[in-house]
Design a protein around this ligand. Sequence first.
Ligand code: PHE
Length: 509
Amino acid sequence: MKLPETQVAVLEAASADDPTPVEQIADETGEQEAAVRGAAFDLEERGLLTVTERTESELALTEEGEEYAYEGLPEHTLWVGALSNDAHEGPIELGQALGRGGLEDDQVEIALSNFARKGMGTIDSGTIEVDEDYDLEADPERALLETLRGEEGDVDPDEADEAAVAGLERRGLLEEREHTVLEVTLTDEGVNALMEGLEVAETVGQVTPELLTSGEWEEVEFAEYNVEADAETVHGGKPHALREMSERVKDVLVGMGFEEMQGPHVDADFYIHDCLFMPQDHPARDHWDRFALEEPARMDREDLPDDLVEAVESAHRNGVGPDGEGYNSPWDDDFARALALRGHTTNLSVRHLAGVAEGDIEPPQRYFSIEKAYRNDTLDATHLLEFFQIEGWVMAEDLSVRDLMGTFTEFYEQFGITDIEFKPHYNPYTEPSFELFGRHPETGELIEIGNSGIFRPEMLEPLGVEADVMAWGLALERLFMLATGAEDIRDVHGTLVDLDFLRNEEVVY
Ligand code: PHE
């Protein structure tokens, strides 16, 4: 038979001949008395044992009795106090004896009357003389008090010294109390079950419909609720840390007077490269790191403005201005119409500068975007196949490198980054060009955080822009790494993310 663990223990501790007190079973099995009682009633319901109740009387000390059990009876204290140092001294002053014993006022009367009753000596006109042969240890009242001290319930009234019980009861030091004893006795069925062998039923934490319909619930033990157990941590939804960083960057740029631009993720090479004065035979244009579209593979020719195509082609072939120089290499609009996922978001800058996005614009202007760019890079701690580029540009009269550097200094300071470094660089569309570097707070390594420059006339003229334009593309993920100390971009997005990091990282400044 399968039974819950406590029930098995109770059955095994019970007997068919003598009723066994529940309290005793609890002692033997180490189970809580309440649990044993519960199991006993369950077993009675199964017919395996009977539960009987019996009242028992027991001797118990009153509060005062308890006190004397530890401190001694007052008459004993008096006897010790009156015991003279010199055996033949004779009676001593009663007051002196009481003082030596240190009895309290309300105990004096009690001490005197019991001293007399027990014949512990003589008291006569203010003097006291002890019977030196009186044996304190033999006083049955004292003996009973001591046995009962802390052992209440274990002394059977019938076996205790009758006179002592009566004496202490009269003095209000002892009382007889009734108490209920629960006892169990095995039934024949219980004996059979034991002989056939008992098995401990499995513990079930969750009630299921199957458990109820199959009747199996009768054979299992239900786990007790542990209201003190740690609750499972619930992770509520929360914006992704990188998203929070992006929002923060937007706030900063808007605060610096920039407007946001948006545009297509898939675009014609014309806007991604040609408008940036990138020659059609430039290695990056047919590079393995580009995600080309197969279907549709090209933008329709009607979707490109004729005058813009003409101006761009002319810049590529002949350059701009009276002494301009082009690339002297073939330029083909078919090639320019090839579609790809943008490898940078500079196509958005081109579209805005050319007036394709929002119509003609006049200086001064400031624009930014925080949008995805796609590159078929080798994945590592600082590269993913896609990343967020913080694109931006300022159009104004007479811009210089100082303006560019000042803008970056102001921007990165908002994120606590004050040690950016500039390195001269080359881009076909900017002159001069600078790469930006920042020091990683954990690894101390210099990491590239962006690319920038002042757009060349060969790029701006075909777009119809007459003012100066300084521009940049910064990596949001790199800024995130510098600002938060994250060491591996794969912890932040992709399939290997560090969930703990994302749950706990707060991008708040
Ligand atoms: N397009 C460049 C890049 O992806 C960034 C850039 C934008 C540089 C504008 C200069 C001007 O690295």
